[in-house]
Every structure is written in structure tokens, then in C-alpha cells.
Design a protein around this ligand. Sequence first.
Ligand SMILES: Nc1ncnc2c1ncn2[C@@H]1O[C@H](COP(=O)(O)OP(=O)(O)OP(=O)(O)O)[C@@H](O)[C@H]1O
Ligand SMILES: [Mg+2]
Length: 256
Amino acid sequence: MEKEKVLEVQNLYAAYDEMVVLTDVSFSANKGEVTVILGGSGSGKTTVLNHLLGLLPIEKGTVSLLGKNVATLREVEQVDLYLQMGVFYQNGGLLNSLTVAENVALPLNQHTNLPQDLIDEIVFMKLGLVNLQHAFYLYPSQLSGGMMKRAALARAIVMDPPILFCDEPGAGLDPVSLEILDKLILNLKNKLGMSIIMVTHEVSSILRVANRIVFLDKGVVVFEGPLHEALHSTQPAVNEFFSVMKNENIRELLKG
Ligand SMILES: Nc1ncnc2c1ncn2[C@@H]1O[C@H](COP(=O)(O)OP(=O)(O)OP(=O)(O)O)[C@@H](O)[C@H]1O
Ligand SMILES: [Mg+2]
């Protein structure tokens, strides 16, 4: 049976002024899966995400989120749809002048009329999901790198998004903190049924979390399919990426 799709991208084109970055990008993501977008630095991964999230206008091609073609929606409906998307970016983007709880509560304060005591309860619960309840009253400057990422993750999921977009969520983390973050991401998928679209270079993360791989090269998708197929792909760019990965794994084995 065909899986339900939460995201479908067809023939997406993108350019910054004269420079074409995406010539013809098509792929989809299934409900309840982690889809990892791979590709070399500058291949356009962040550009793709920014188009999916409405941060850059779609000049050519179509993007459907949760079964809705974004271009056919009225502006208010678009805003409503994008509000349903969770976004977790590399630097986390926590505001230093606010406590962890206030940071996590921001989307609720901005987009709902819930009373403060209920907001506090929701925030406390979300902080529980990322093992950070003890940091409720702390400020970002009092957190470790891994804790900051987890606080940003709590904020990204505070509105219970059906889809969570992550751009290099593990960047800059040590291997232990990275593994903890990956487990939290897997929990969101397994326990809450969230669909996750993630950009990452971290080989260990890819092996731990990916169900499906989308590989970008020279403006197009050169591979799309399950992780186990990607690992054995003969497509040159994909093969090169994963052979580097295999070597790294061997090096880690030798170290251990
Ligand atoms: N705002 C922008 N203005 C002009 N060019 C841009 C802009 N953002 C990205 N680019 C260019 O578009 C190309 C793709 O960039 P993008 O950030 O999407 O790559 P990426 O795959 O996310 O790379 P990385 O792995 O390094 O994050 C690059 O050549 C980049 O220089
Ligand atoms: Mg990027």
C-alpha cells in the first residue's frame, strides 16, 4: 500500500539573481518517517527548506504540504499552514533575554490566546519531552550546547506540529549530545507520530534516524529512496558520500 505523503515537491526551481541553485527538484516525504536531505555544501539543501517553509517565494514548481498545494491557497490559509510547521534551525535561535520557559512559550504567546497557567503547563510538558524540565527558569547563557539545542527543539514542537523541519540540528555537538538529540528526534517520530524532514551531514545521525534519503547534486535530486538502498547506491555522488561514511565508521571501530 502506498504511504501517505506529508510533503510533495515537484519540479522546484530556485535562483538567487542570476545564479540557479535548483534546476528541477522533485521528491516526497512520508507520514511518520524521518526524511534526510543530503548533498554537498552549497548544493541547495537550505534553499529547498526555505522554499518549503514559505521563507522564499516559489518561482517555478509546486510544493504540497499535508496534501495542500501551497500556491492554490489564499494568503490566510498559507499562513495557517506554515504555522503548523515546526522549525528547528542550526543555531537554535533562542533569545538570550528570555528564560528557557519563556523562549519555548513564544509561539504559544504569539499565536494562541491560552491563559498563562496553561501555557506554563504545556511548556513544562514539552521540556519534559527533551529532558529539560530543570532548566525552566534558566537563561540560554546558563545552558550547555546540547541543552540549548534541546530547548530549541522544545520550542519547535510546542504547537504540536505534524511536520518538523530541521536544518543541521546536531551541528557543533559532541557525539554523546548528538546521540541524545537523535534519540529525542526518534521519540518525536515514534511516540508522537511526527513526520520529520531533516538536513544533516552527521553520518552517525543518518544511520540512527533516517528512513528515507533524498540526495541533491547539481540542482537535481540524484537519489530518492530508503536508507538501505542509499547505502548501496551506485549513483556516483551518493556512492562517494556513503563510502566516505563507511571509512569513517571503520576508523571509529579502529579507535574503539
Ligand atoms: N540568500 C542568498 N543569496 C545569494 N545566494 C545564496 C543565498 N543563500 C544561498 N545562496 C547560494 O545558494 C547556493 C546553495 O546554498 P544553500 O545554503 O542552499 O546550500 P546548502 O546545501 O544548505 O549548503 P550547506 O551544507 O553548506 O549548508 C550556494 O551557492 C549559496 O552560496
Ligand atoms: Mg545549509
